[in-house]
Design a protein around this ligand. Sequence first.
Ligand code: NDP
Ligand SMILES: O=C1O[C@H](COP(=O)(O)O)[C@@H](O)[C@H](O)[C@H]1O
Length: 501
Amino acid sequence: MSQFKRPGEARSSGDIDTEIDLALFGALGDLAQRKLFPALFHLEREGLLAPDTRLLGLARQELDVDAFRSRIEKALKTYVKAEELDREALARFLARLDFLPLDFTKPEGYAAIREWRQEAARPMVVYLSVAAKIYGDICRHLEASGSLDDESRVVVEKPIGYDLASSAEINDAIGAVFPESRIYRIDHYLGKETVQNLIALRFANPLFGTQWNQNHISHVEITVAEKVGIEGRWGYFDDAGQLRDMVQNHLLQLVCLIAMDPPANLDADAIRDEKVKVLKALKPFTDDMLGRDVVRGQYIAGTIDGRSVPGYLEEEGANRASHTETFVAMKTGVANWRWAGVPFYLRTGKRMPEKLSQIVIHFRQQPHYIFDPDQRELAANKLVIRLQPEEGIALEVLTKDSGLDKGMRLRRGPLHLDFSSAFPKTRIPDAYERLLLEVMKGQQYLFVRRDEVEHAWRWCDSLIAAWEDDEVPRRYPAGSWGPVASIAMITQDGRSWYEDY
Ligand SMILES: NC(=O)C1=CN([C@@H]2O[C@H](COP(=O)(O)OP(=O)(O)OC[C@H]3O[C@@H](n4cnc5c(N)ncnc54)[C@H](OP(=O)(O)O)[C@@H]3O)[C@@H](O)[C@H]2O)C=CC1
Ligand SMILES: O=C1O[C@H](COP(=O)(O)O)[C@@H](O)[C@H](O)[C@H]1O
């Protein structure tokens, strides 16, 4: 008798045609426990998992299905808010779960996945929540064991590779088994509500559509600051660093969505074609830009929220002296007609004072200024797009300061759209919920195409090649906004990082 349940047995009902079987490799890992199972649970709770959808967890540990379900229940109790952990939904969700212990790199054992499928009519989604270096092995063994069919999809996590060459190798290995139309490369920033709103904001509002170019925008600023440090991932992070971990993917995707030309429609390839044009137009780095336009940092011990935190080299798992950067700031640009002469300032770092992801579009000043000369610096609009912690969009505008004694003094204030207060009943879903749902629907527009990944690597490689391997990063205390040199980098252009947090 099969160790797995048949579809329909003790399953819940849902009302959306997103029926799949999901095989999740790395089901006991950090990402799966912290993000993927909670996201799948929320889909269950919202009635978005189809009745027959089944979830198979795969990991190395020898657990039986009940022990696996207990582990997932524990993870959900840790990572889902207590008031959202609806008991009925939890019972329905746990009943969908099966488990298979497996060494992913060995072919033995994969036949059990074919058995689990039981010739089910729905497509299988394979989610690889493991290090990219074993994506190829898993795809090959899945194919050789006859577990896949012409509808099977694969979801892969970032970072894909370490540089252009290694990423091409991994993409080749996946591509030998799955066609591009069935490969879903995750960049979870594309699943964030406000990131998608960038597309609506830019292409649904004529007001911005006409202003979105070098005639009207003086510069663009992107900050992705994290409060957390390495969170037990020192081994992975020390080989990667903040450039590969955050810039190559998340920040460059944000640059693409800000800088791309309007796509002809919302089809996945129409959007991705435009993003690729931006990546191809990014200015490559040269040696002479390094001292001036790039700052690398590494945190030392400091204080966050009144609590002492260790430096990078004292974090759990740290085992060597290291020059890996935990912070990077840079000035770059998009060399095309729309963006000629418009600097893009990017900065991202770990152990900063706040968790903050935000894009600031700085519009140019009026060509002729008629107000108080002392206020001239004020006289430009800024569009502040906040991704997290609270999603929102604010347009800074200038109005007359009120009061009899103020004359025609200007006052800067926001036209503010705070999503949680403007739409209070709407829960903003986590990025992974949206992305998993899109995979189930078979829609690729929120996923990254192979050429995007590779152009992003090409650009990062130009920077890494210019860095000396042993270049010592500048130190910054945990709880600060990074090395002072990152402030000097922007002030040398007569500008400053937006600080109205
Ligand atoms: N964690 C995060 O916040 C993020 C992670 N990612 C990406 O997601 C993927 C997963 O990351 P993460 O969850 O952190 O990694 P983890 O190391 O926490 O999880 C990977 C899991 O896969 C298992 N595994 C590894 N090799 C094998 C094997 N040969 N056979 C069977 N099981 C195996 C591990 O089991 P064992 O413990 O037994 O080795 C582990 O449980 C990576 O590609 C990462 O880059 C992307 C963005 C954020
Ligand atoms: O991909 C990654 O992203 C997280 C930050 O994600 P966020 O949604 O919390 O902004 C980062 O901490 C991690 O190092 C990186 O791998």
